[in-house]
Design a protein around this ligand. Structure first.
Ligand code: FRU
Length: 495
């Protein structure tokens, strides 16, 4: 079995190496991690090993659509430039032949340990369909990984009654004191989402501790990709529920990612939830995972796409990219996100305008581009609507529009070149903040060819969306139906 496994991995690596050369570098995002070839979804195994940051990802290198899941692999010294490494895992064992699904990683005694979900998906001789998800480990040296001969290390046998054994995936491991802990995504047999907590001394034998938190009909179905960490004075349980129902502007239909924040009593493993907020209010964000950097920063990366709107699939030789790594902080009980500070080292060619009064359409020399860090502060609000049209030319545009009366910000990709029948518009509640006695609305927009991440008021809220506008549409136009006063700063991001 192990022999067959090795040749399957070697074969996949060979194909990956060959096909990567067919993807021109400039067809991909410049400073966001994207799939080197083929399909990418969730970030996996976001971890440090021998002083470098590694990131793995759900990967189907053979086509630009989802297929039997491998683990792609890359590493970085600064979260911005990523070096691709040969893919790390192939679904080559009986217990993972249905896919090596999402998971996490950590350094243990000089080894890099990957903890992932193996999917068993087979028909038994009597015709029954054997479908289960089990937790597995693999150990390696930062390039090559060996699956543990005792896999799976955890199956659904010991799950409490009422817990699904089919949906039991995406282990996130961490260490506290001498013990390892693991959060796993799960749902009840009725499909209601929940996250489970386990403990171990050696990453091999796991003891079920408790159900950390549950949807109870409010926060969607199956909870995928849980992560659990302290932030400021609180603890955050980050989950990605499937099949949510929209609630105001807070959650939207479909796949969401949410921050559940509250108090965690370590001695009893009790998580007392106090709040629940969307992690991102845009169209394309899912399955985020965090890492604790050696300097104490908690950094998050998410898959910059959504399952129900896979409009990039099939159009290019690659599909899938990650968000900019985001530094998390807790402000007034809210999880805030800002681009990693390392990005600032790649900013060039500042163009700046201060205190510009505008009324109607306005554009400014030097304020344009598709690979930029754009900051706009709105300081006077004698208008109903204020719009920024970017990735703009006569035919195409992306629209970001602030409605002053409704205190709402809308992102709209209707005219961004899409020809698929997918959701194009999303809204979020947005208020100006008080700064030195006056109201200011602060927007920071990261554009990278096909993506926009809009950070509002120093990361209080974020909305992330993809679009497909041709690259020559690089104009930026401001547009108001009354008077506004703005500051604008633009940097090119040069890698
Ligand atoms: C989330 C997810 C995970 C699973 C993986 C499969 O996007 O559905 O739950 O492990 O993707 O690719």
């Amino acid at each position: 079995m192990e022999e067959i496994g090795r040749s399957q991995l070697a074969q996949a690596r060979k194909i990956e190496e060959k096909d990567i050369t067919g993807v021109p570098k400039d067809s991909r995002p410049q400073y966001h991690l994207s799939s080197p070839v083929g399909w990418m979804n969730d970030p996996n195994g976001f971890s440090y090993y021998e002083g470098e940051c590694h990131l793995f990802f759900q990967y189907h290198p053979f086509s630009n659509t989802w297929g039997p899941m491998h683990w792609g692999h890359c590493k970085s010294k600064d979260f911005i430039q990523w070096e691709y490494l040969p893919l790390a895992l192939a679904p080559d064992q009986e217990y993972d032949a249905g896919g090596c699904y999402s998971g996490s990683a950590m350094e243990v005694d000089g080894e890099h340990v990957l903890v992932y979900t193996g999917v068993i998906d087979r028909y038994l001789k009597d015709g029954t369909h054997d479908y289960r998800q089990v937790q597995c480990i693999a150990k390696g040296n930062g390039v090559d990984y060996e699956k543990y001969e005792g896999n799976p290390v955890l199956d659904g046998q010991g799950l409490p009654e009422g817990c699904s054994r089919e949906d039991f995936r995406d282990p996130k491991v961490w260490k506290e004191g001498e013990k390892y802990y693991m959060a796993v995504g799960n749902c009840t047999i009725d499909g209601d989402g929940q996250a489970l907590l386990y403990r171990s001394c050696d990453l091999k034998q796991w003891e079920f501790l408790c159900i950390l938190d549950q949807s109870l009909g409010k926060y969607g179905k199956m909870w995928e990709c849980p992560d659990f960490f302290p932030l400021g004075e609180k603890h955050v349980l980050l989950v990605s529920p499937q099949d949510m129902r929209a609630r105001g502007y807070e959650f939207h239909n479909g796949n969401n990612s949410i921050f559940l924040s509250g108090h965690y009593e370590e001695s009893t493993f009790k998580f007392q939830r106090e709040g629940a907020k969307a992690a991102d209010y845009g169209l394309d964000f899912y399955a985020p995972q965090t890492i604790l950097a050696p300097d104490g920063r908690r950094i998050l990366m998410g898959w910059m796409q959504s399952w129900d709107a896979k409009f990039m699939g099939g159009l290019l030789k690659w599909s899938g990219m990650m968000t900019i790594p985001r530094e998390l902080s807790m402000r007034d009980g809210r999880v805030c996100q800002n681009p990693v500070r390392e990005l600032e080292g790649y900013r060039k060619n500042l163009v700046e305008y201060t205190g510009e009064k505008i009324n109607g359409m306005a554009s400014f020399p030097g304020i344009s581009g598709r690979v930029i860090d754009l900051q706009v502060e709105i300081m006077e609000f004698a208008f109903h609507h204020f719009a920024i049209r970017f990735a703009h030319n006569e035919e195409y545009e992306m629209l970001l529009q602030y409605n002053r009366q409704r205190n709402c910000l809308t992102i709209d990709r209707t005219h961004s070149g899409l020809v698929r029948d997918v959701v194009c518009r999303r809204k979020m509640e947005t208020y100006p903040v008080l700064q030195e006695g006056r109201e200011v609305l602060k927007l920071r927009i990261l554009l990278d060819q096909y993506s926009a991440e809009v950070f509002v008021n120093d990361g209080e809220r974020v909305m992330t969306s993809l679009f497909l506008t041709p690259m020559e549409a690089d104009g930026i136009v401001f547009d108001t139906d009354g008077e506004a006063c703005i500051n604008v700063r633009k940097y090119d991001i040069c890698i």
